[in-house]
Design a protein around this ligand. Structure first.
Ligand code: GRG
Length: 290
């Protein structure tokens, strides 16, 4: 599933070619599985957030590409593991068989395990980022995906603990989906040396769109046919997952996603520099159906 928005396309081309240059090219099954899982489409939302936030300040394109690759690689790794039989047990991802369906479970686990260090290498090996900034970027990324970030959200999701109220569902998704999205915006701001208050605003923008993105994800699971979403339609329901439409109803879910995106737009307007694309992105998220 790729983007149809024309202004996003150049960023998509840029991230895809940067990712390609980082991936192993040998013919082993592991390398094949890594390439399959990273280069199989995807909206590339997280790198886009790095590009848009870093463009508000000053940094080289090479540095922006390195940070963008790092966040997308972590995301791809999380998707492989999320789809495993011991987790969500999904058979379709980005319109194609999931990594474990194509290569078997052991190879899929190892492909994920190998993609994570590639993400950190993308940061450490970049000569265009000062060491001091690199350490902060690594720390932000590690915190976003560790036991207080994505992994925490995943365990809450798997055990279905604490998600019978809207606050609890919000907490789970703010960790599972939101923490990486927020980190992308903060990392872009940090890379381009934005002032602390600007990075805080980016982070708040990220919190809003992260939650809206997830609410739309729950809506998509119900309303979007597999050919459009690239994922098995109705899989949340099948897995008895608590979702926003289930908790607050479909119409209220749509309204909430829209409201969150409007709030994000207001935040973007208050940032310095040209924030037109961050504004456009919030409106894309409020309506997305893939
Ligand atoms: C690997 C750090 C790490 C943690 C392991 C598996 C796991 C713990 C966490 C799962 C995190 C996860 C899969 C969150 C789902 C977030 C989400 C809405 C994914 C779909 O994102 P899209 O729609 O996907 O941006 P594309 O395919 O477009 O990239």
């Amino acid at each position: 599933m790729t983007n149809s928005n024309s202004w996003i396309k150049p960023y998509e081309i840029r991230i895809n070619s940067s990712l390609e240059s980082l991936l192993p090219k040998d013919k082993s099954i592991l390398s094949e599985a890594i390439r399959y899982s990273v280069l199989n489409g995807g909206k590339r939302l997280r790198p886009l957030l790095v590009y848009l936030s870093s463009e508000l300040g000053t940094s080289s394109q090479v540095a922006q590409d390195s940070v963008s690759c790092a966040v997308e690689l972590i995301h791809c790794y999380s998707l492989i593991h999320d789809d495993l039989p011991s987790m969500d047990d999904d058979s379709l991802r980005r319109g194609l068989p999931t990594c474990h369906k194509k290569y078997g479970e052991a190879v899929a686990i190892l492909a994920g395990d190998a993609i994570q260090p590639l993400a950190y290498n993308s940061l450490t090996s970049c000569r265009d980022i000062e060491d001091k900034i690199k350490v902060k970027l690594i720390s932000l990324l590690a915190n976003a995906c560790g036991q207080e970030g994505m992994v925490r959200g995943q365990i809450l999701d798997l055990t279905n603990e604490n998600s019978s109220s809207i606050e609890e569902l919000d907490l789970m998704h703010s960790k599972k989906t939101g923490s990486l999205i927020q980190a992308c915006l903060e990392m872009g701001g940090l890379l381009s040396k934005l002032a602390a208050n600007e990075i805080d605003l980016l982070s708040s923008y990220g919190k809003k769109i992260g939650l809206a993105f997830q609410i739309r994800d729950d809506i998509i699971d119900i309303e979007s046919p597999t050919e459009i979403s690239g994922k098995t339609q109705g899989s949340d329901l099948e897995q008895h997952k608590m979702t926003y439409p289930q908790l607050i109803g479909m119409e209220n879910s749509k309204i909430r996603a829209k409201e969150l995106c409007l709030e994000a737009k207001e935040i973007a307007i208050n940032l310095s520099g040209n924030t037109d694309k961050l504004v456009k992105l919030s409106s894309f998220i409020s309506k997305r159906n893939y």
